[in-house]
Every structure is written in C-alpha cells, then in structure tokens.
Ligand binder design. Structure first.
Ligand code: SAM
Length: 196
C-alpha cells in the first residue's frame, strides 16, 4: 500500500471487516508477521520494510498461507507511523530494529522520544508496543526512554517476562541468527496508558 506525503491513513478503512489493526515495523523476512496474521485471521496487519528480498519473502508467506489480512507498505516506518490516524492501532511490533551502535548514528535509532510520541498517538488506549533486541546498549537506551515516557507502562513483573519470548510471539530469522551467535535477546512489552 502507498503512503502519500501528508496522508492520514485510517486502518479501519484499510481493513473494514477486521476487529482491529496491528502494525509491524521493519518486518525483515516477514515470518513473525505472517505467523501472527495466520493465527489471528480477524485482525488486519500492516507491515513496513525497505528491503526488497524481505518484501518478496513476506509475499511468498502470504501466497502460501492464503492470507487476506496483510498489507505491505514498502516505505520508511517513520512515514507510516506519522500517517496513521490517532488511536487507530491496537498493537505495534518492532523486532530487532537496526541498533545503529556508533554514537554519531544514535539519532537514527527508531526508539527515541519523537517516535515514541508518534506510537503513543496512533495506539489505542491499552494498546501494546512489543520491542525485541539483542543489543544490550540499545536495550538500555530504549528502556530509559520508554519508561520515562508518560504514555507507556512496562508490562514486566519479573525477569522471565523479558528474558523469555512469550508463546504468542513467533521467532524471527534475526532472532535465530542472534542466538546462533551467542547473543541473548530481550522481549519487552509496554501498554499505552488510557488517555485522561
Ligand atoms: C535487523 S533487521 C530485523 C528484521 C526482522 N524484524 C527480524 O526480526 O528478523 C531490521 C530490518 O528493519 C528494516 N528497516 C530498517 N530501517 C527501516 C525503516 N526506516 N523503515 C522500514 N524498515 C526498515 C531493514 O530493512 C531490516 O530488514
């Protein structure tokens, strides 16, 4: 799907017959997005990716599993999150985003206050933001920004809640590679606080 400059996208109009809409930013090979779409046929999922091979991979999943609830925005994630209507999305997935490890590149990291403001705007009250990373320093950076953001609350009650991937959170290709390289991913879930 196209995201025109300055457009406002109402996800309910994109998926008029679905109970709610989720988005996945930078879906890579699309294995998580496809698994979620297959497990939740009553939900519409919009995914962003810039990498053409990744888009091709998700299209193969969509064809093989005959999914009717997936839309692909082959555009920058920032463009999609800026365009989505307020309080219109129930879940956001950001799985293993590029960590931009060099200090001079930190401003390119997806998790920063301006983008958290955009996610808080598009999420419905009580909506969920799921974030995974295998990069310890990016994890610390992101957590510091999310927990001090007034609109988000971290759902973890103990270490198992972030060290172990929940059963309804399918593995991605990038996670497999991280584990094979000996890195330990974290799985963070946040809720959007109800608007006052
Ligand atoms: C490290 S990979 C992780 C892919 C996938 N989420 C996974 O867990 O396997 C990061 C992905 O984000 C995509 N990406 C990076 N910046 C993006 C942006 N601004 N908009 C959309 N996708 C982006 C990259 O093309 C890449 O596929």
């Amino acid at each position: 799907m196209a995201v025109a400059e300055g457009a406002v996208i109402d996800p309910a109009a994109v998926f008029p017959d679905k109970r709610e809409v989720w988005i996945e930013l930078g879906f890579g090979g699309g294995e998580h997005l496809a698994a979620q779409a297959e497990a939740h046929p009553d939900v519409g999922i919009i995914g962003t990716e810039l990498f053409l091979n990744g888009i091709g991979s998700l299209l193969r999943h969509v064809r093989d599993r005959q999914l009717d609830n997936v839309r692909i925005a082959d555009t920058d994630s920032f463009k999609l999150v800026s365009a989505l209507a307020p309080a219109s999305v129930a879940r956001v997935f950001l799985l293993f985003p590029d960590p931009w490890p060099k200090v001079r590149h930190h401003r390119r990291r997806f998790v920063r206050t301006e983008t958290l403001d955009l996610l808080a705007r598009l999420l419905k009250d009580g909506g969920e933001f799921r974030f995974a990373t295998d990069h310890t320093e990016y994890c610390t950076w992101a957590l510091a920004r999310i927990v001090r953001h007034p609109d988000f609350v971290w759902n973890a009650e103990g270490p198992a809640d972030w060290r172990e991937r929940p059963a309804d959170w399918p593995e991605t290709r990038y996670e497999q590679r991280a584990r094979a390289a000996g890195r330990k991913p974290v799985f963070l879930s946040f809720s959007r606080r109800p608007r006052g």
